[in-house]
Design a protein around this ligand. Structure first.
Ligand code: GL2
Length: 866
């Protein structure tokens, strides 16, 4: 059949000049691209935009050929698949990544040159696919790259948002959000699958376990082929678009009510319209829950449909499918898989539960309480009545199973001297205690069980009940993991303590990783060539542990000089970008100091900003001779603030306000520049990271689950100033702690310090000066910055929750160490080489191999190269 198809394809191609297959010898690549401009895009003339689209369409054909082969091969072998369920996939651009992963850079580079373009210039014309907020979404993108590269049968499943992460502009130094209209020119990297659709229901009634939804939408599939590197394997990211069951309400239409006639369509399409722009912060909107069940239901239905084409016994499902739930966002999967197995497949409860708890696994990505989703029972019951019924039953069976244990615990405890109620609430005082004493006494067993409850009381409003999605996930999963060693320990001691004590074996760690393709080989091509030359091969791109081989060059002066030259070239590229975007001239001989990540109080961009104020004051106070000794710095910030996050938005304004003063002060000149690069995204990161010399990862210890940009900076030989938080701890282990600029309190001390700080008065004089300067109006509107200062400096208004004042002194010491070390360029470069050399562990290939072996039990199935 394939042979016949090939003959037919060639015959067809011969009659249709422009449709000839590139790479088959039938047509040259430049002709193919020209043909695409003419026939697919309908233009007789070319432009960089058209050339990008034509080149992408041309690459797409190669990609689809390889994709079809891979998927057919896997289907014929029927191995176990991993399904990565994620509300976010922050893919960025695809052209360079696809061309390089397929090994076509030579061919396409030459063809485009013949047409008068370069691959790099055209790559710049592509829209970023920004279907994610930050680290969590980008991690998902790195993971599917690694799955394909490691030949692991697996797909990503998510939502095809019409509008991705908002675009950020600056207006008078304030963040302004603009819609991300990324699909206007079409998306050459996706394949629409109108034949693959599923229905997803909402609302309605449950009668004797039978759910009749009041509203239904269609989920339509779009496949995004994911090419592996150095392999024939091409994986898949299947994203769902929400569509109405019926385009029009004909009755309304006939009545002339045209707006009402399309109301249902609009409501359905709303589900996949926008990505919620919240990163590790509050969600809580009903539409968000709709989005979650929408993509989870479609994905599980899809997996079951494929499974059933080959198997009839559903108890084999765990041998064929592993679902990884990326944070709480897809955890409704626990109830949805149960529902499908029971209501649609006719399984009994116990059998369905056995299958569900063998198929699902859960990753926690944050301990921020506001990001651990909890849905009001009222919302869940209304939107998903059958799911709520199932969750109720899971909760009660779960708690029943713990009753005996709890009873024996109660019996083994000495009997309380006072009434049990009073003993259980030692903190209650005065009127509050009196009110509580009036409340009916709770059964002690029930009370002891309540800490395990998937359904819980809202601690701020006892009348309200909530579904704790993280607990649902823990109970419904075979494995639970954190994303860095310290984070995985913290979740066992804090948010999941009671669950960990019940089943310690369920808890694992999977330290995050990033793909060395995008984040070193492709974004830093000169460094990649130098590394390949030094190591004698480019195997490190697939086996990042081979980067270790660079260690022996760390002291080699010749190698150091080449290493530095490349950094300087990358700094020139970034300086040009800064000039282009902001109009600010930055010197390339200065130290490039970068902090790029979502703007958040816990990430403490304001701590960085305060240290810049201190530096500025020092420069101002210095004599001419003293000024000559300063190490010039360019401090670059990038990151978006959630649109409703008041303080984060003020932090942006703080940075831009400092920049406008510092950058225009003739006393300062080239000694200090402060840049806020608007609209931070994946492509911008690809320019910034290779140019960075020091990067800041300065979260309050215990708050950043892992961080992943720290790994990207490390790979690119950028030194790190950071707290002992998230993956910084493991980076310090790998590089040698003495080679990082470490400061700040340890995570174990944070709770105590937060308590003690209520009486804190012991401010560092440099800190006080910074606060005073800010409140003097030096950086503009002092009233505007009053609450920024109050938040960290006024213990009567706030207790400096993120411990900025506390960590300021050690932070300044670390900053001084940076300046001192930069004067010794040989030592600086030696460290830089060591960073890259020790970054192999932080490859997402290592991380995904661990998921595959230790959680999914999915084995590589390499697709034969044809
Ligand atoms: C995050 C964490 O904040 C971040 O530290 C971590 O690196 C990533 C990936 O594991 O996950 N959690 C979260 O909710 N977002 C993150 O980026 N948005």
């Amino acid at each position: 059949v394939t042979a016949i198809l090939d003959v037919a394809k060639t015959a067809f191609a011969k009659q249709n000049g422009a449709k000839l297959q590139p790479g088959s010898g039938q047509v040259s690549l430049p002709e193919d691209i020209r043909g695409k401009i003419l026939y697919d895009l309908g233009s007789k003339s070319s432009s960089p935009e058209l050339a990008y689209r034509a080149a992408a369409l041309s690459v797409r054909e190669r990609l689809i050929d390889a994709f079809n082969k891979s998927q057919e091969y896997w289907s014929s072998k029927d191995p176990k698949f991993a399904y990565y369920l994620s509300a976010e996939f922050l893919m960025g651009r695809s052209l360079t990544n696809t061309v390089y992963n397929l090994g076509l850079q030579g061919e396409y580079g030459a063809a485009l040159q013949e047409l008068g373009y370069s691959l790099e210039d055209l790559a710049d014309k592509e829209q970023n696919a920004a279907l994610g907020n930050g680290g969590l979404g980008r991690l998902a993108a790195c993971f599917i790259d690694s799955m394909a590269t490691l030949d692991l049968p697996g797909w990503g499943y998510g939502i095809r948002y019409k509008y991705g992460m908002f675009k950020q502009a600056l207006k008078d130094g304030h963040q302004k959000e603009l819609p991300d209209i990324w699909l206007t020119n079409g998306n050459p990297w996706e394949i629409a699958r109108p034949e693959i659709t599923y229905k997803v229901g909402f609302y309605g009634k449950v009668d004797n376990f039978k759910w009749t939804p009041a509203e239904e939408v269609i989920a339509k599939a779009y496949d995004n082929p994911i090419p592996g590197y150095g392999t024939a394997t091409v994986g898949n990211l299947r994203l769902w678009e929400a569509l109405p069951v019926a385009e029009l309400d004909l009755d309304k239409f006939n009545e002339g009510k045209f707006a009402e006639a399309v109301e249902g369509k609009r409501k359905a399409e709303d589900i996949s319209a926008v990505l919620y722009p919240n990163d590790a912060t509050e969600y809580g909107k009903e539409l968000r829950l709709k989005q979650q069940v929408f993509f989870v239901s479609a994905s599980i239905q899809d997996v079951l449909a494929r499974f059933k084409t080959k198997h009839s016994d559903l108890s084999e499902l765990p041998a064929k499918a592993a679902f990884q739930m990326n944070d709480t966002h897809p955890t409704i999967a626990v109830a949805e898989l149960m529902r499908l197995l029971i209501d649609q497949e006719g399984l009994d409860w116990d059998k369905a539960w056995g299958i569900t708890t063998k198929c699902l696994a859960f990753t926690n990505h944050t301990v921020m309480p506001e990001a651990l989703e909890k849905w009001p029972v009222t919302v869940m019951s209304k939107l998903l009545p059958r799911h709520m019924e199932i969750i109720d039953k899971i909760d009660s069976i779960w708690k029943d199973s713990l009753k005996e244990k709890v009873l024996s615990q109660i019996k083994s405890k000495p009997a309380p001297k006072k009434a049990p109620k009073a003993a259980a609430k030692p903190a209650a005082k005065g009127a509050k205690a009196a009110k509580e004493a009036e409340e009916p006494e709770e059964d002690p067993v029930e009370e002891a069980l309540s800490k395990y409850g998937i359904i819980m009381r809202n601690p701020y409003n006892k009348a309200e009940k909530l579904v704790n999605m993280a607990y649902l996930a823990v109970v419904g999963s075979k494995a639970v993991n954190g994303v860095a060693a310290i984070h995985s320990e913290i979740i066992k001691e804090t948010i999941f303590k009671d669950f960990y004590e019940l089943s310690p074996d369920k808890f694992q760690n999977k330290t995050n990783g990033v793909t060395p393709r995008r984040w070193l080989a492709y974004c830093n091509p000169q460094l990649a060539s130098l590394i390949t030359e030094a190591l004698g091969s480019n195997e490190w791109i697939k086996h990042a542990d081979k980067l270790q081989g660079l260690k022996k060059f760390a002291d080699d002066k010749g190698f150091q000089a080449k290493w530095r030259d490349i950094k300087l070239n990358n700094k020139h590229r970034l300086a040009a970008k800064i000039k282009d975007v902001t109009g600010i001239d930055v010197p390339t001989h200065a130290l490039y100091d970068i902090q790029i990540k979502r703007i958040h109080e816990y990430k403490r961009q304001h701590l960085n900003a305060f240290s810049i104020i201190h530096r500025y004051l020092q420069i101002k106070a210095a004599s001419k001779e003293e000024r000559a000794k300063f190490v010039p710095r360019v401090v670059v910030f990038g990151g978006k603030a959630a649109s409703a996050y008041y303080m984060a938005k003020k932090m942006i304004r703080l940075i831009t306000a400092i920049g406008s003063v510092v950058n225009n002060d003739p006393d300062v000149g080239d000694l200090l520049k402060v840049v806020f690069l608007p609209d931070y995204n994946v492509s911008l990161a690809e320019v910034i990271i290779p140019a960075a010399e020091v990067s800041q990862h300065i979260s309050t210890a215990g708050t950043e689950a892992s961080g992943t940009s720290n790994m990207k900076f490390q790979m690119n030989g950028c030194l790190i100033i950071g707290t002992m938080d998230g993956a910084n701890v493991e980076i310090a282990d790998a590089v040698g702690k003495e080679n990082l600029f470490v400061f700040g309190v340890d995570a174990k001390d944070v709770t105590r310090l937060r308590e003690e700080r209520k009486n804190f008065k012991d401010y560092d004089p440099r800190w006080t000066k910074v606060m005073d300067t800010l409140l003097s109006g030096k950086f503009g509107d002092k009233a505007y910055f009053q609450d920024v200062v109050d938040n960290v400096n006024d213990m009567t208004k706030s207790n400096d929750w993120f411990l900025l004042a506390n960590d300021f002194a050690t932070y300044m010491t670390a900053q001084d160490e940076i300046d001192a070390l930069y004067k010794d360029q040989d030592e600086w470069t030696r460290r830089s080489i060591l960073y890259t050399a020790s970054s192999g562990f932080f490859s997402s290939d290592r991380c995904i191999a661990q998921y595959a072996n230790e959680i999914w039990d999915v084995k590589p199935v390499p697709v034969p190269a044809s």
